[in-house]
Every structure is written in C-alpha cells, then in structure tokens.
Ligand binder design. Structure first.
Ligand code: AMP
Ligand code: MG
Length: 320
C-alpha cells in the first residue's frame, strides 16, 4: 500500500522516487495529480500503467517558473500575458513544443504541441527541487472521477503506487482550464478552474468555443499515422519493409527488413510504451513504404500500445 505523508514531511521521499523514475501522487490546487518526470519515458509509461488508461492521450507538463516554461514551449505574446496573469494557477496553455526541451514524446502523445501549467504550492516546490518538469494527469484510475483528497487517491491507486503526498482537500476541486492560441485567436479547449470570463477580462476578447482544429487529438483515428503504410500483427516480413519488433523472437523474413526497431527485446511493456512514438517516427524516416509491426500482447500497457498502433494503421481520415 502507498505511504501517505503530509506535505511538510514528504519532500525528500517524493524527490527520491521521482529521481528514480517512479511516480508520486501530489496535491495541486486543482485535483490530486499522478506525477512523473516528464523527461523520462519509463516514468511517463508508469503513469499510464498505474491509471490503467487504455490509450495514450497527451498529458499536461507542470513547471515551476517562467524560465522552465519558456525552455519547453514557444510563447506567443497572448499566451505569455495569460501566464503572467494566471500562473501559478489552474490554467493550462497549449503551445508549440521546443523539440530540444527533452520532453518525452509519450507526454505529448507524439504531438508537436505541449500543454503547460504552473501549479501552486507543494507541486511547484517539488518541480523546482527536482529541476525537471512533471507530467501529471489526475490521480485516479481510468474512468473514475478525479480525486480531491489523499485518502481518495490511496483508496483508488494505493496498491499501484508508493507514495501519496497529503496536502488536504484541494482548494479548486476542478481540473485546469485549457486554452490554446491559434491563428491569433484564443480557443477554449476545456473549461475548468479558471473562469472563462476572467480570461476574457485579461485578454479583452471573447474566447472561441466549440470545435476548432484538433481538440482531443488521440480521438482521431489516424492522427498519429506515419507516412508509411502500417501493417499490424504481421507473421511475415516482406523484402523492403521496415519492422517494428517486440520481444525476443522475430517473425519470419525479418532479415529482409530495411530497418528494425525493437520496442523491447525482453517484452517489457513499460519500455515498449516509452519507445513507441520515437521508433514509429524512426522507421517512417527509413524511407520504407510499409512498416510491419509484430504482435504486441494486449495486457497492461499493451492495450494502449495496440490502441495507438491501430489508429496509426487506420485509413486516413483527413488532416492530422
Ligand atoms: P488531464 O491531464 O487528465 O487533466 O488531461 C489533459 C488534457 O489536456 C486532455 O484533455 C488532453 O487532451 C489535453 N492536452 C494535453 N496536451 C495537449 C495538446 N498538446 N493539445 C491539445 N490538448 C492537449
Ligand atoms: Mg483525469
């Protein structure tokens, strides 16, 4: 069972776990978050594993100051103004990602944008001490409602994580508001703990609501599709194809592949999840017109891996 430690006793344990690539449940002003080092793929994979999420949707990366935020996202003047007005606080900004920032692609689900937020209190202090951003979705198992107390987190995730930091009931109790500047206009992607009217008061313009562009990118069937055709669960590799392998045993014909990347030689799901986006891109860049993917068992994180693979293999459904 997870240990529950009050905020004023938890810092060292939390730092040790995060530094070792583990996850920790922490209080924020919105809801409790399940945090992991956003630069460490296996740590991010553990977040999905602990939540039992059936798919890899993009997570919010949490920062402790503007310097860290500017190293990760490219701020336009409007987004910067919102950060100045509302951070730290329950507002998340979606910005173009700086590739060199070291954010693991599992955090963004392979997107070229990043959702950034600066939390108040223990979370901010923890990030500053760690010196790295934390990816943190709500600390509840998939399909359950967000937890607003340490006891609720422990009851739900206690058997799957080591530490819950107890900061009492979260003051806002709602997820953050998510906004994105696009074509000079500010779009509301998700209502939440910062009122739309407060944002409009700062910007002097109305928030655009309703469908614009891609709101929940993971939902679009072919959103992460590589250029190459992706074939799933192959039993044979044909000459000229690239191979996305999994586990210790190769399918027939694998030596004919023009490029091979193995998600995990040992069949470790966490390692496979952490490698998935980078390897799909790499094989796509090999120039092969077809990527053949070996079967990945659907257990644990394998469900989310298969979900992502089948979306990438789906017939193209328009601009991605
Ligand atoms: P949660 O961390 O559970 O509060 O959920 C994060 C939310 O942020 C989800 O609704 C995501 O779809 C959204 N999100 C995260 N990153 C992005 C992004 N790059 N673009 C658009 N939405 C995002
Ligand atoms: Mg949630």
């Amino acid at each position: 069972m997870a240990e529950i430690l009050p905020v004023d006793e938890a810092m060292d344990s939390a730092l040790a776990l995060l530094g070792a690539g583990d996850v920790v449940a922490i209080p924020t002003e919105t809801v409790y978050g399940l945090a992991g080092d956003a630069t460490n793929g296996e740590a991010v994979a553990r977040i999905f594993e602990a939540k039992g999420r059936p798919r890899f949707n993009p997570l919010i990366a949490h920062v402790c100051d503007m310097e860290m935020a500017e190293r990760i996202g490219r701020f336009d003047p409007l987004s910067r103004r919102l950060a100045e007005a509302f951070w730290p606080g329950p507002l998340t900004l979606v910005l173009p990602l700086r590739e060199e920032a070291g954010i693991h692609p599992l955090v963004t689900a392979g997107l070229s944008t990043i959702a950034l937020r600066m939390p108040r209190g223990f979370g901010g202090e923890l990030i500053a001490r760690l010196g790295r951003p934390l990816a943190a979705p709500s600390a509840n198992s998939s399909g359950r409602i967000s937890a607003t107390t340490a006891q609720a987190v422990a009851a739900d995730l206690g058997r799957r994580i080591r530490l819950v930091v107890d900061g009492g009931a979260t003051p806002v109790g709602l997820e953050s508001t998510i906004v994105k500047v696009e074509d000079g206009a500010l779009h509301l992607l998700r209502p939440g703990g910062t009122a739309a009217g407060d944002i409009e008061a700062v910007t002097g313009t109305a928030l655009a609501r309703g469908a614009t562009g891609v709101q929940a990118p993971g939902m679009l069937a072919s959103h992460y599709a590589p250029r190459a055709l992706l074939k799933l669960n192959v039993l044979v590799v044909n000459p000229g194809e690239a191979l996305l392998a999994f586990g210790p045993h190769r399918v027939q014909g694998w030596k004919q592949a023009v490029a091979v990347k193995n998600l995990s030689e040992t069949g470790d799901m966490r390692e496979a999840a952490a490698n998935l986006f980078a390897y799909m891109h790499e094989l796509d860049r090999s120039g092969a017109t077809t990527i053949a993917a070996e079967p990945v068992p659907a257990q644990g994180l394998g469900e989310a891996i298969n979900d992502r693979l089948s979306r990438a293999a789906a017939p193209r459904d328009g601009p991605a």
